[in-house]
Design a protein around this ligand. Structure first.
Ligand code: SF4
Length: 232
C-alpha cells in the first residue's frame, strides 16, 4: 500500500461513534460564515509529499477548519500560523491555506495528526486517540524511508506521536521523554533504517498564539531546527 491509498482509506473510517457524529453534525449545521461551503465532514488525511523528510503532527482537525476543507490545518487560525511559518522557512509555496486547489504545496514536509476527525471542544478522548493511532502508525511507516525529523505540536500530539513512532520502527527511550517547547530527542531506528529526531513545539492553537505562549518567532525557530535536522 502507498500513502495515497492510505489517505483514501482513512477518509472512510467510522470507528469512533462520538467523533463521527460530531464531524457530521458540524458539516450539517455549518458556521454561518461558511454557509456556502459543502463541508468535508470526514476523517482528514495527511497533507504533503509521500517522500517528506519532515513530519509535523498536530492534534485533530477543527470542526470548521479541516473538517470543512478536507485538508489538514486548512481554513482555521492554527493553519494560518503554521503555514505562514513554513512559507517563511521556504517549506511551503504560499503563506496561506484556504481550500484544496488554492495552489499550496509543501516542500519535503508532511502535515498530519494523531486523530483524524474533529472532536467536540477540540479534545479527543484517550480512547479515541488510541483507536485512531494505527492510521498515524501506517503513515509514519510509509514515510520511514525519507522521514528524518518529526515535530509534535502540543503535549497531546507528543504523547500520541511516541507510540506511533515506536510502532513505525523507531526506538523510544524509557522513561519516555517529556514534552516541552523546544524539546528534542533522537529516536534510533529499531529496524534497518535511519534514526529520526523528534521535536516538541507548543501547539499553534488560537489560544496559545493569542496569549503569546507561542509566538511566530518561537514556532519558526523550532520548525527551522527540525528542517535542518531533516536536511531541508
Ligand atoms: Fe476513524 Fe480516527 Fe476518525 Fe476515529 S478519529 S473515526 S479512528 S479516522
Amino acid at each position: 500500500p502507498d500513502l495515497a491509498a492510505l489517505d483514501a482509506r482513512v477518509t472512510g473510517c467510522r470507528a469512533c461513534p462520538r467523533l463521527v457524529e460530531w464531524r457530521e453534525e458540524a458539516a450539517r449545521t455549518k458556521r454561518s460564515a461558511f454557509r456556502e461551503w459543502d463541508y468535508w465532514g470526514r476523517p482528514v488525511p495527511g497533507f504533503g509529499p509521500a517522500d517528506a523528510a519532515l513530519v509535523i503532527t498536530g492534534l485533530a482537525p477543527a470542526a470548521h477548519g479541516a473538517n470543512r476543507t478536507g485538508r489538514m490545518f486548512t481554513g482555521d487560525r492554527s493553519g494560518d500560523v503554521l503555514y505562514a511559518a513554513l512559507y517563511a522557512l521556504g517549506l511551503a509555496s504560499q503563506p496561506t491555506a484556504t481550500r484544496p486547489g488554492d495552489g499550496l504545496e509543501l516542500y519535503g514536509v508532511r502535515v498530519t495528526a494523531p486523530v483524524r476527525c474533529a472532536p467536540p471542544a477540540n479534545r479527543p478522548s484517550v480512547g479515541e486517540r488510541d483507536t485512531c493511532r494505527p492510521w498515524l502508525e501506517r503513515e509514519l511507516r510509509l514515510l520511514r524511508p525519507t522521514a528524518r525529523a518529526v515535530v509534535a505540536l502540543g503535549g497531546f500530539g507528543w504523547l500520541a506521536a511516541l507510540p506511533a513512532l515506536e510502532a513505525a520502527g523507531w526506538t523510544v527511550p524509557r522513561p519516555r521523554p517529556a514534552f516541552g517547547h523546544g524539546a528534542q530527542v533522537e529516536l534510533p531506528a529499531a529496524e534497518p533504517g535511519a534514526p529520526v529526531r523528534l521535536f516538541g513545539c507548543y501547539h499553534v492553537s488560537q489560544r496559545n498564539v493569542f496569549t503569546g505562549l507561542l509566538t511566530p518567532e518561537m514556532l519558526r525557530t523550532v520548525l527551522g531546527a527540525a528542517a535542518r535536522a531533516a536536511g531541508l
